[in-house]
Write a protein that binds this ligand. Structure first.
Ligand code: IVH
Length: 396
């Protein structure tokens, strides 16, 4: 295959993946997508403009490509990053696990448009959803530090508290965790009211974080914003260890920390690779799986979500004794019984969940009792989508 043929094949693959992504079905992971872009770059292929290639109808091109972050997992990677960047000062903040978005403010300083990250070149218009967040007071409608057009980047997240409240409200959907809620809910057709449950954590774009904070955005500074100015590798590693435990009580899903060169001039000098800035890396936390004995299943009120009650165990540094079993259908398909050993996991989602049965059924295991009536009001129940709901309606 010649270089030209390889480039053509990669472009076709990239466009097919983009198309699939926008019809709601990912055929490759974000990392695989980035590999395609990196290979195109290595072969000397130049994008003529941001988003060159297939742009599906109804999608919006980004003003500037939204890059990914290089992922690192070990001390050696941090050593390499510090050696390659040679900065005096680094900042450490959470890597939020939601959906990245770009908010544009117009020349007068008013909110104009919002777009999801999508594939980095173009994303989905979520302006209406962000307007509802403005109504709810969760995103500023106006900024003082206006320019011709000002871009604010950040992550759309749903806090654990809002996730619970949402599931108990009539806007609750079929989302199994806060992350899926964050990426899904803003893309709904009807977004009225969702702003009361969704947050936007700003961390970049045209304005520095401290200025975003002054403009009234919720920023990463609110949660974690450590700086390291000496013994860089040592201090960064010590912070990561501390934060890995602390993040458990943040109440927002995080899947790592982002280590950034603090100074804008140094950032500009370092620039970007084809997929990620050279001035930042994401240190990803490892997820942990544990085995324990399932002792009971409780049916919570609301959308009657099954909750597993098990022998308490320490999972990723925290005592847990309960985990979500997602929904009625999941529980049925898993074929688990009371007394079985189960695998539980806590990873990016801070809320622990049951992965499935570990090994065969226990000898003395007994069937799980499914509710025959609404656990809240006693009315008959109905099976709706993947859930069990109250037939009267007021309890779901
Ligand atoms: S800075 C890449 N800071 O992580 C350009 N990104 O793989 C600089 N993310 O989609 C991004 N928390 O949405 C930055 N505190 C944080 C972040 C963060 C989450 C997301 C970002 C991007 C992904 C990178």
């Amino acid at each position: 295959m010649t270089n030209q043929e390889r480039i053509a094949a990669l472009i076709a693959k990239r466009d097919e993946a983009s198309q699939a992504y926008y019809s709601g079905e990912s055929i490759i992971s974000d990392d695989e997508f980035d590999l395609i872009i990196e290979e195109l770059d290595a072969l000397g292929y130049q994008e003529e403009s941001v988003g060159h290639g297939y742009v599906p109808e109804g999608k919006v091109l980004h003003k500037q490509r939204m890059l990914s972050l290089k992922k690192v997992f070990a001390r050696e990677d941090i050593e390499q990053f510090v050696a390659a960047t040679e900065a005096r000062k680094y900042t450490i903040e959470y890597k939020y696990d939601g959906g990245a978005a770009s908010l544009i403010y117009d020349a007068e300083g008013y909110f104009e448009r919002a777009v999801t990250r999508g594939n980095g070149f173009y994303g989905e218009d979520i302006t209406d959803a962000v307007r509802d967040m403005i109504r709810a007071g969760r995103v500023p409608e106006f900024i003082e530090s206006k320019n011709m057009s000002t871009e604010v980047r950040g992550e759309i997240v749903v806090t654990h508290e809002d996730f619970e409240r949402l599931n108990e409200s009539e806007l609750g959907g079929d989302y199994s965790n806060p992350r899926n809620t964050a990426t899904g809910i803003v893309r709904r057709k009807k977004v009225t009211g969702i702003g009361d449950y969704v947050s936007f954590v700003a961390y970049g774009g045209d304005l520095p974080t401290w200025q975003l904070e002054e403009e009234g955005f919720l920023t990463s500074m609110e949660h974690l914003f450590e700086t390291v100015t000496e013994n860089h590798v040592e201090n960064i590693m010590a912070l990561i260890e501390r934060i890995e435990v602390e993040r458990r009580s943040l109440g927002i899903d995080t899947d790592g920390v982002v280590i950034k060169v603090a100074d804008q001039k140094t950032r500009d000098a370092l620039g970007d690779s084809s997929t990620a800035p050279r001035w930042a890396v994401a240190f990803k936390f490892q997820s942990e799986v544990k085995q324990t004995r399932l002792n009971a299943v409780e049916w919570r009120t609301g959308r009657t979500i099954p909750v597993a009650i098990f022998d308490p165990t320490v999972l990723a540094g925290v005592d847990v004794a309960r985990a979500t079993l997602h929904n009625y259908t999941f529980l049925k398909e898993m074929d688990i019984k009371i007394g079985d050993t189960i695998d539980i996991k806590r990873s990016n989602e801070v809320i622990p969940y049951v992965i499935g049965r570990h090994g065969e059924h226990g000898e003395e295991s007994t069937e799980i009792a499914f509710p025959e009536a609404c656990p809240t009001c006693g009315a008959p129940i109905e099976y709706k989508n993947k859930d069990i709901v109250c037939s009267v309606g007021g309890c779901d």
